[in-house]
Write a protein of this length. Structure first.
Length: 121
């Protein structure tokens, strides 16, 4: 079992970890935990949990949070360490949303876009 690495909160942190671990070892992914990997697709970095991209960091600073319809404790536990600083994943009355530090909520239907202007690039 892979040891749990420090949370990744931004595109820059994902890029740095991927470069350190993959370029040196000629691998195409970094194992972060049980069935959880950091991967790259073009210029995007993403967290894959089982077969679902739960977090995608875009080069412009946007972050996409995606459940793939899997609203489970496993999915929530995998999303929380990887959303940008200042955001919190909340579940209330069976609805999932991400709250920023100003109190604004982003509903997580199947996915939620956290815009670059407030996400940590």
């Amino acid at each position: 079992m892979a040891r749990q690495l420090d949370p990744i909160r931004s595109y820059h942190e994902a890029e740095e970890l991927f470069s350190d671990k993959c370029n040196n070892n000629k691998e195409d992914r970094v194992k972060l935990g049980y069935e959880t990997y950091l991967m790259k697709d073009g210029s995007d970095y993403y967290i894959l949990a089982h077969a679902t991209r739960i977090i995608t960091w875009k080069p412009n600073g946007d972050v996409i949070v995606f459940t793939g319809g899997w609203r489970t404790q496993f999915t929530a536990n995998r999303i929380r360490p990887y959303i940008p600083a200042g955001y919190t994943l909340r579940v209330k009355n069976f609805e999932w949303f991400i709250e920023d530090e100003t109190g604004k909520n982003y509903l997580v239907g199947r996915d939620a876009l956290l815009p670059a202007k407030i996400s940590d690039n």
